[in-house]
Each structure stands twice: as C-alpha cells, then as structure tokens.
Design a protein around this ligand. Structure first.
Ligand code: 6PG
Length: 535
C-alpha cells in the first residue's frame, strides 16, 4: 500500500500534542493503529542531528512513539510533532527542547499507555544519567539504555539496563567465537596470557573496548583486566569509540582480529607450525543497529552483567574537585557515609589515615563535623620512622589537625610507633590491626608511590600485613601497610592534588604497570583539577 503524504510536522504546546497527533493520523486516513512502545531519547543540541538520523531507521516494532528531549538551557519548552515513515511503516516523532526540569515535566504526559518504555540517555549529554530528571524518567521506563560504565546505575533498579557500548562488542564477540570455533585455535583458548584491544580514539572513550575485554575475561575466568591493554588508536576504518582490532597471545601462539575497509575482517592465526590469514564478512553496524540490539537484547543479560562488573571495576573511579579544600570537604562527606554504613552493619569503623600533606584538607573538614566519633578506631597506612612529636610524623599531623579537636579516647587511636626499630614496630602493628579496615586512605607521590610502598623497594614484594621498608632514596626506613592489607580494605580512597602528579595519573589510567600505586585494586580517586588535568 502506497505511503500516504505525511502532514508537515507542527510546533504545538505540550497540552495539545496528543490531539495534534490524532488529527495527523486522521489526515493520513489511519483511524486505528497499535502502539508498540515509547522511546525517550535525551540528547544534547549538538547531537540532535545524529540521533534523529539513527532513529529514522529504528524499526517500528521496537518503538512506535519516539520522544526526543533536547537538553538546553531554555526554561520554556518548544515541541514539534510529526509522523514518520520508516521502512513503509508509520510512527510518531515528538521533539522537545528545554532545560532539564522543563523536559521532565513535559515528557511524562506524552507517553503512550500500556506499552514498554525505553529511556535512552545518550552518552553525549553533559548531564550523566543520575539526578532528578533522570530518576523521574527512569521511574516510568522498563529499560534504560545509558553509559553504564561511567555511572553506577544500580542493578536493583526497577528497569532493565542496556548500553550501546555493549552492543558494539556483539560483532567482535561473534568473530572471536568464530575464531575459537576452529579446533586448532580452541585448544589454545584457555592458555591465553594477554590481550590487547585497540579502539578508535575519540569522544566516545574506551567503553566498547573495555566491555569486550571484560566479556573475554569473564569467559577466561579472569576477574580483572590486569592482563589486558586497551589501546586508543587513530582509525580510518571504524568510527570513534568502536573496536578496530583485537590481539590475543599465549606463550607461543597469537591470534589477531582486525576490521578492514568494505565490511570484512581479517583473522590471523600464528601457531608454532605456521600461520594463516583468512577474511570473513564483517559488516559495519550502524548506531540504529546498536540501539535496536540494546533495546531488543537478543542475548541473556548474564553475559552483559558479568562483563559490566569486571569492566566497571577496571575503570579508574575518579572524582575531580576545583580545589584541595573542596576535595577535603567531599572526602569528609564520604568518610561520614562510610562511618554511618560501618556503624549500622558492625557498630565500629576502622579507618587508616594516610601521610603526606594532602590529608590536612580532609582533617580540617572532618573536625567541623559532629559524627559518631566514639565508634571510630584510628590507624595509619604508613609512618615515618620518627618520634610521634616530630613534624615529620604522620600521626602528629593527624593529631594536630584532627584528633586533638575531637577529644578522642586514646584507646581508639592505634598509631604506628615510628620511634621504635622499624621491624619491631611493624610486627607490633600487625597485632593491633583489625580483621579488615573499613576505609584506607592513601596518597600518591610524584614517583607513583603510595603509603610507603616506593618503586624498587622490598616492600613491593612483601606479603605481610605491615612491613618495615627501607627506602634508599630517602636513606630512611618507613613502616607501611602492604598491598594485601590495603586491598583487603572495604574502601580505599586516594587523595592527590597538584600538577606534578598529572603525568603519572595519566599513565596509571592507561595501566602502564610502572607504578606501585597501580597495584591498589578498585580505589576511589579524589583529585583536584591540576592533578586530574590529563585524565
Ligand atoms: C607519606 C605518605 C605518602 C604520601 C605521598 C603524597 O608518609 O609520605 O604516606 O605516601 O601520601 O607522598 O604526599 P603529599 O600528599 O604530600 O603529596
């Protein structure tokens, strides 16, 4: 049946939108029609065109009503209503512009009833998927498609989660399965030792590459991405954010998958007995395909959830602040949250304070708070081998800037005895440590050391909970928690400020493997803008 001439899209008020749509359907002579679903897409103005283009191809079966919310600063809503024809099928398109509050109020009454609703919080909005507007729209959604790596959308949410970055891994996961379907390759699968995933660098970041790596890790029984390198490259074959090649190594063999022009991929297998190259069809998948894949989720979500956990844990969790004082205040708020949780769950809060100068901002903010100080047990992540009265003493800094203000009971304070012989101070401290720290504070030196775990020192190899560590470049010993103890802590917060740390932090982000601090698992980084400037 020929497609009727579509009425011109119309600007209208929100309250007249649905009657205007009714009128348009009558105009095209369609009395009855079924709704298949709502798709709400929240976009930034400079990406409207790309998203509109992707939605032009979106099959009606996944959403018969498309509502595009363009986030701008305007505090009054403009709305355009129209009908679209997609592959011979008609669907409704409503495009609104306005600021967050305006959009939130205007979109809800426009939803078609009794059908599934998907909220697509596109990656390019400056507003991450959290906060009032997101929560209000997510509340009516059956599914949320968003950047689930950057923002911790709880798995307990009443909506299904999906991520376009995960959809982008689908062709590569298929290709990898294809490669290891070959018996000569399969026998090497579980002997893989390291993987490099190359992606086209650009504004979409490394999410798809990180998801793919996490999927492979979950298949190989690896809990972290410690054996994976994510490599941003300039690609002419794929668009920014897409994977362009994967290389997998065992001790002797290597396997390479690479996207080429014209929708093919090259598979290269190098075995001791020889190597072979083959080419397979590898069609480029459009944003529409990726969104449809995310919305229809044709595969069991367990795959995605397993990869999401590993991928999320592998990312550098960073909070940036405009000043060291702001950082200190935010760190104090997080302290209060963790204290509250620990007291609720266990009645006591074991926290290890770090050394260096940066914690002073935390101390000054904490002493302004009235918290359950009686429930706190104070420890240190490291200490200099000096008297507790020395200006070099980490204990003294904490006492002068915090503990003396709180009137804490000395029985709650477990300082490292820097005045003793380091080995025995370490042994004695081993005895006073709790089973597990609730919160361990660390700093980072310009050389990438943390606590007193300095590059090329013995303590890096130590397995003990507390270590006496001689640091040649300081010509002095230190007492420090070992990595095992730090990584046993329920939470690790790393506070770092200053421009001099920026280069090292970038290398840490890119998993250079060069710095002791990279062995701290899943820390939360609290950085000032100077330190975070390259991230
Ligand atoms: C110490 C520390 C050390 C410190 C870093 C950062 O005792 O020196 O524990 O690991 O955290 O050197 O120090 P700043 O905060 O002064 O930059």
């Amino acid at each position: 049946m020929p497609t009727p001439t579509l009425p011109q899209p119309q600007e209208t008020a929100v309250k007249n939108a649905l009657s205007t749509l009714e009128h348009m359907w009558r105009e095209v002579g369609t009395e009855t029609r079924t709704q298949t679903g709502n798709l709400i897409a929240i976009v930034a103005p400079d990406n409207l065109e790309m998203i509109e283009g992707a939605l032009l191809e979106l099959p009606r079966r996944v959403a018969s009503r498309q509502i595009i919310g363009v986030l701008d600063e305007c505090d009054c809503v403009t709305l355009r209503v129209g009908l679209l024809e997609v592959h011979g099928q008609m669907l409704e398109r409503l495009t609104l512009s306005g600021n967050a509050e305006q959009l939130q109020g205007a979109i809800l009454p426009l939803l078609a009833g009794e059908v599934l609703t998907t909220l697509w919080w596109t990656r390019v909005t400056e507003l991450p998927p959290r906060g009032k507007v997101f929560d209000t729209l997510a509340e009516v959604a059956d599914q949320v498609v968003a950047d689930t790596l950057s923002v911790n959308l709880s798995e307990k949410a009443p909506y299904a989660l999906a991520d376009i970055a995960w959809s982008r891994t689908a062709p590569w996961r298929e290709l990898t399965c294809q490669l290891f379907d070959e018996p000569e390759a399969l026998e090497h699968l579980f002997r893989l030792e390291r993987v490099t995933v190359s992606y086209a660098q650009g504004r979409r970041g490394d999410q798809a590459a990180r998801f793919y790596a996490a999927w492979l890790a979950s298949k190989l029984g690896w809990n972290t991405l410690s054996r994976v390198t994510l490599e941003g490259v300039n690609s002419t074959v794929v668009v920014p954010g897409e994977i362009c090649a994967v290389e997998l190594w065992t001790a002797e063999e290597s396997f390479r998958l690479e996207a080429e022009e014209n929708g093919v991929a090259q598979l290269e297998v190098k075995l001791p007995g020889g190597w072979r190259v083959s080419r397979v069809p590898f069609p480029h998948r459009s944003l529409t395909w990726q969104l449809t894949f995310a919305m229809e989720a044709p595969e069991h979500n367990a795959l995605y959830e397993a990869a999401l956990k590993i991928a999320r844990d592998s990312r550098m969790q960073v909070q940036k602040f405009s000043s060291a004082e702001d950082l200190g205040r935010a760190a104090a708020d997080l302290f209060a949250l963790e204290l509250q949780k620990a007291v609720l769950e266990r009645g006591v809060f074991h926290v290890a304070l770090s050394g260096g100068s940066t914690p002073v901002h935390l101390y000054r903010a904490l002493r302004e708070k009235s918290l359950a100080w009686d429930a706190v047990r104070w420890y240190w992540s490291d200490e200099r081998c000096v008297d507790p009265g020395s200006s070099q003493s980490n204990y003294k800094l904490a006492w002068d800037e915090l503990l003396s203000y709180l009137g804490v009971n000395p029985a709650q304070v477990f300082r490292m005895e820097g005045e003793l012989e380091p080995e025995s101070a370490a042994r004695r401290y081993h005895e006073v440590l709790p089973d597990r720290l609730d919160l361990c504070y660390l700093g980072m030196g310009d050389d990438g050391h943390t606590a007193s775990l300095f590059p090329e020192t013995e303590a890096l190899k130590a397995v003990e909970r507390v270590v006496a560590n001689f640091v040649p470049k300081l010509k002095a010993s230190r007492i420090t928690l070992g990595f095992a103890e730090i990584n046993r802590a329920r939470n690790v917060h790393i506070l770092a400020t200053g421009d001099k740390k920026a280069e090292v932090l970038l290398e840490v982000k890119n998993k250079s493997g060069k710095y002791p601090i990279e062995r701290v698992e899943r820390p939360l980084w609290l950085l000032d803008e100077a330190a975070a400037r390259l991230l």
